[in-house]
Structures are given as C-alpha cells and as structure tokens.
Design a protein. Structure first.
Length: 374
DNA sequence: AAATCTCTCAACCGCCGCTGT
DNA sequence: GACAGCGGCGGTTGAGAGATT
C-alpha cells in the first residue's frame, strides 16, 4: 500500500493535492487556525487535524522561506544544535521562515554528514575519538620529531594545526572502515544514510589514496569550525552545559531574530577568499602529507586490519605502529604518546591554542556571551 | 536507453506535556 | 489527584527525482 492510496477511518493520507491545499488555505484565511480537530470537517477536508496542522505549518504558511539554506543559516543551525541538541522547534524559532521539519531534514541529510567528514561527532559536537587518536599518533610521530614540517607562523610550537589532521584522518578512516562500516558509526545512533555514506566511500587503492593526499586542501571554514568546537569542548567556561542550555532556551525569543551581517561570521566555507594564511597552511600541509615519513605511517595504518573493535573504538597497537614507522624518532617522541594523546580532549598545549580562538562562536542572541551565559 | 542506486524531504507515527473538567 | 483531549515535537519512513552504471 502506498502513501497516496492510504485511507484510514475514511480519512485520506499521503501527499496533499492542490485542491486540498486550497481548501485549507481558504479556510484558515477566513477563520484562522487552531482547533485542528474540528478544522478538517469545517473546511471540507477528509484529513485528520494533525495532518492539516502539519501541512499548514510545514508547507502552506505564508511566511515560509523556500530554497537552499544560506551559509549563515547553516552556521546558526550548527551552533544552536551544539547547545540545544535535537530541539528542532527551538532552533527553527531562531531561523526566520524555516520550519523544524525542514531544519531536521537538512541536518540529517547535509550537516551531519559534513561534520562527520570533518572528524566531528555530530551528536556531541566534539572531535571523533577515533580520529583524535590517529591525529595524536601522527602529530607525535610527524611533527615532534620533524621541525621542518611545522608551519612557519607557528614555529616553536610542537602541536601544529591538528584540525587539518583531523579532517584528513576522518577521510582516511572513512576509507579504512569501508570493509566494516559499522566500526566507526555504531555508537553515534546514526541515520541509515550515514552508513551508506561510508559505504559510498571509494575503494582505497594506493593510487586513490595518493590522490587524496595530493589533493587534500583544508578548507579554512572547516578548520575554524573544528577549532571552535574543540575549544568549546575544552573551555572551562563551557563546563556547565545544562546551565548554558537552560539559559539559552530561556533567552531565545519565539519571535525569530533575523541574522544580520554584523552578528554572523564571514562565510568561510567558500574557497574564493583564500588568505595568505590559508595558502601557507595548505602548502605546509601538502608538504607534510607528501613526506616519506607520512607515507610510511599512513601505509602502516592501512595495513592495520583491526583498527576498530566491536564497540567502534580504535583498537590499534600504538607502540607497534609507532615503532614501525618512526625509527628516526627520538625515544622521547615515542614515549610521548602517553602525554600527548587526545583521549580526553587535547593536550595542555592545545587547550592553550584552541582556547584562545573562539572563532566561530555564533551570536545566538544579544546578551549571551561566548559561553552562552548572560 | 534501461536498470539500478542514492538522495531528499513531505508526511506519518507515537509519545509527551499542557490544560480543562 | 485522575482522566481525557488536544497540540506539539522528534524520530522515522518511503515516494519520487536525480545520478550513476
């Protein structure tokens, strides 16, 4: 039985016809909405009240904005979701002309995937643990012992742009998990399509992986967003998440706030305005990933067939991996895995680095500071 | 050109909280 | 306080369009 032919208790279900839409519009324009239970009968519709309310709220309402989500709207959704979770109606109240259903769909079909590919857990908005552990290994192996790979503008820092590493490693892990896509996603309560996402990753031949490495161009917006999320997850000001959440929920006005240029951040998804800094980052990253050392580590990762255990957690042997790939590293580098592993977030160095860069804190409502408190 | 696969999003379902009796 | 009715919300489904083989 298809949606279009479904009938129950004499009530029609499935897609609405233009005639039904017109009847509903005419009735509401004349009498207003509300009393959804009795509305369909009065309007001459063979639909349940719920169906009418949904049709009106999600499609027929005159103030509904159609079309693609803007980058500003996307930013807002991510920021609001990081605080509110799946409170789609509350999120929608802050996006003029957007419905909760529309936002929910957009989240599930676009943003969630995008965040996942960036190495961010879309549920917690924190870096994926599997990616973090790999990043830790690579960071330790590559950069602590290879000063030439440090970014010029970060010279002297042992921890370089980890979010770029996260992004690459997320890609790599996605390829890696193709043989067992459940590995990475089981613990995230993902939508069915998310497994498809991983299954759709191309088979990782060496040539394709080389291409991945050669063409990997970190996007500054991704980097900024990741860094912001990392900062938030480690910022002591954000510890009381519940308090922040309730403050925000109280603060959010049911009257939608429009997003002006001044309270939104520059659109960093675009590749168009690549700054010198980005070029420097990209070229340095290219240098890193084309290094023999990186290839060595990377090949070891690929050869490791037991990357994740049944719980979806990384399950590789750090010492064997490092000993097989970092023969030129100093003993202190090898031992440093215990002190620099990201398991609970980041190192002291990174807290310092990311904590000062709340680059993408979205100004959700006037009066809220960066921690979400008044 | 046809078959198959993938993605999107409108619509449904079930649950929950609020309100009135 | 208990119950019923209703509206609202979030999770899920599946038709159909578009992309790929």
């Amino acid at each position: 039985m298809t949606k279009s032919s479904t009938e129950k208790n004499g009530l029609k279900k499935g897609p609405w016809t233009p005639e039904e839409d017109q009847k509903l519009i005419d009735y509401i324009q004349k009498h207003g909405h509300g009393k959804w239970r009795t509305l369909p009968k009065n309007a001459g519709l063979r639909r349940c009240g719920k169906s009418c309310r949904l049709r009106w709220a999600n499609y027929l309402r005159p103030d509904i904005k159609r079309g693609r989500f803007s980058f500003e709207e996307e930013e807002a959704i991510i920021q609001l979701h990081s605080v509110l979770g799946n409170k789609w109606s509350t999120i929608a109240a802050n996006l003029p002309g957007r419905t909760d259903n529309e936002i929910k769909n957009y989240w599930n079909t676009h943003i969630k995937k995008k965040l996942f590919k960036m190495g961010i857990d879309p549920v917690t908005h924190t870096p994926r643990l599997d990616v973090l552990q790999l990043a830790s290994i690579l960071n330790t192996s590559l950069f602590n012992s290879s000063p030439q790979f440090n970014y010029p503008f970060l010279s002297g820092r042992s921890m370089i742009n980890s979010s770029q590493l996260l992004s690459l490693l997320s890609t790599l892990l996605s390829c890696q998990s193709r043989n067992n896509p459940d590995n990475v996603l089981n613990h995230n309560n993902f939508h069915q399509n998310d497994n498809q996402l991983l299954q759709n990753q191309p088979q990782c031949t060496q040539m394709q992986l080389d291409d991945t490495l050669q063409t990997f161009q970190p996007n500054q917006r991704q980097v900024s967003l990741q860094e912001n999320l990392i900062a938030k997850s480690n910022n002591p000001l954000n510890v009381d998440h519940q308090l922040m959440k309730s403050k925000l929920e109280n603060q959010i006005s049911p009257v939608a706030t429009s997003f002006t240029h001044q309270n939104t951040l520059p659109n960093l998804w675009h590749y168009d305005n690549i700054s010198d800094l980005q070029i420097a980052q990209s070229s340095s990253t290219m240098q890193c990933f084309s290094s023999p050392k990186f290839n060595s580590i990377f090949n070891s990762l690929l050869e490791n067939q037991n990357l994740c255990n049944n719980e979806g957690m990384p399950n590789f042997n750090l010492s064997s991996l490092l000993s097989s790939t970092t023969s030129s590293s100093s003993p202190s580098t090898l031992n440093s895995s215990s002190s620099t592993t990201f398991v609970n977030g980041t190192t002291e160095d990174e807290r310092d680095t990311y904590g000062s860069r709340n680059m993408l804190m979205y100004n959700i409502s006037n009066g809220l500071n960066d921690s979400g408190l008044l």
